[in-house]
Design a binder for this molecule. Structure first.
Ligand code: ADP
Ligand code: GN1
Ligand code: MG
Length: 359
């Protein structure tokens, strides 16, 4: 913690540090809450995973542009608690958007006072979350085409993910292919259908907009009465398909089991969560969502679950270099759990399509 105290010193903060505590359970960055004495604000300090986000300049410039764009909209609309409704980046004492200590990259944000996050979902919360992520996309829909860069190139590009998957299968660097072969076959059999979005984009039928690309419920801060305050975790907010955001929420929140559940029988799709999220999302995106984007939302749930299975399995076959693991077979366990979810979603695809059509 002494090291953290030294890092904090490089940022343009107010007050005296009282406490430093780790928060969250993300698999990519490390997050600390910095509490200060008395009435000065608290802060969030994050160590950026620069193996994942290799261009930290671009990453922080994106976040600055996203938050400035949203802040201006909120201010223009007469919002009175702007600093609770959008993240505020705290620059370093030399005015930079991050600090490099020679080994790690760090960034600081204002801690949003009186906020809570939820790790588990309910139908009312799913409705509000759908509205919040839809509003977030909506507020960024006019940010301008070349304003944001890709913080992770081809992040949600299924064709690119499959290319890496095939290369890893061919190399089999960790010698784990034999065990995983059955799942590899299952996934490759679905490859063509899962590249539909990329194909439609190439044909000019599906647009790219600004998408969050990590739409978990714990990436929204709520107030004490559970009203959504602010969308956080903006690292992957970049140009993409709206179905990515819809799909990733269903993948993470409508699952009745855990993302890495060792008991596959716990995994199924909670249709109440699906319906509530879809309702909120469609309400807040009505102004810009095209018929094809709307129609592809359930497909987005399948696609993002498929993509996550491919990503976990690729990391497993590669020898666990990307995701933090808790035990040697963790990525395999995650792959199995995601594949089971994919099968459950496939069984409910028609039901999901019918619901979207009914709205
Ligand atoms: P990760 O990439 O690890 O998911 P996040 O940016 O989502 O990192 O932060 C992890 C957790 O820290 C969040 O789920 C939330 O509980 C808390 N958090 C992050 N930023 C803020 C903030 N500005 N104010 C209050 N809490 C925050
Ligand atoms: C990572 O760190 P976290 O949990 O917010 C990942 C997501 C995956 C997710 C799987 C930059 O997100 O894409 O869907 O793990 N983020 C990155 O749980 O790869
Ligand atoms: Mg997060």
């Amino acid at each position: 913690m002494e090291k953290i105290a030294q890092i904090i010193d490089h940022f343009d903060t107010q007050g005296t540090v009282a406490q430093i505590a780790p928060v969250g359970n993300g698999w990519i960055n490390d997050t600390y809450r910095i509490t200060t004495e008395g009435s000065t604000p608290d802060y969030i300090l994050q160590r950026i995973n620069h193996h994942v986000f290799q261009d930290v300049e671009l990453l922080q410039r994106n976040i600055d542009r996203i938050t400035s764009h949203i802040r201006k909209k909120l201010t223009d609309s007469g919002c009175t608690d702007v600093d609770r409704r959008v993240l505020r980046v705290i620059p370093t004492k030399t005015g930079k958007l991050f600090y490099f200590d020679g080994e790690n990259y760090w960034r600081m944000m204002l801690f949003i006072a009186g906020s809570v996050t939820h790790e588990t979902i309910s139908a009312p919360l799913a409705y509000l979350t759908g509205k919040a992520f839809g509003e977030f996309q909506s507020m960024l829909s006019d940010i301008g085409e070349n304003t944001l860069g890709e913080t992770i190139p081809d992040f949600h590009n299924m064709e690119a993910r499959l290319e890496t998957f095939r290369e890893t299968i061919a190399k089999n660097p960790a010698n784990r292919l034999e065990k995983a072969q059955w799942m590899v076959d299952e996934l490759l059999a679905r490859a063509e259908k899962m590249c539909t979005a990329q194909r439609l984009y190439r044909e000019g039928k599906l647009p790219k907009r600004v998408t969050h690309c990590d739409t978990k419920v714990n990436n929204i801060l709520f107030d004490e009465e559970d009203r959504p305050l602010c969308v956080i975790d903006l690292d992957t907010t970049m140009p993409g398909f709206v179905l990515s955001d819809f799909g990733d929420f269903i993948r993470t929140s409508a699952n009745t089991g855990a993302e890495d559940d060792p008991d596959l029988d716990r995994i199924d799709v909670d249709m109440d969560i699906f319906r509530s999220f879809a309702k909120g999302y469609i309400e807040s995106t009505a102004a810009f969502l095209s018929p094809i984007e709307r129609q592809l939302l359930p497909y987005g749930a399948l696609l993002l679950t498929y993509m996550q299975t491919v990503r976990f399995l690729t990391d497993y076959l590669d020898g666990d270099h990307y995701y933090k693991i808790k035990h040697p077979e963790h990525n395999w366990q995650r792959s199995e759990a995601q594949f089971r979810l994919l099968q459950r979603l496939e069984a409910k695809e028609q039901e999901m399509n019918d619901y979207i059509a009914s709205l």
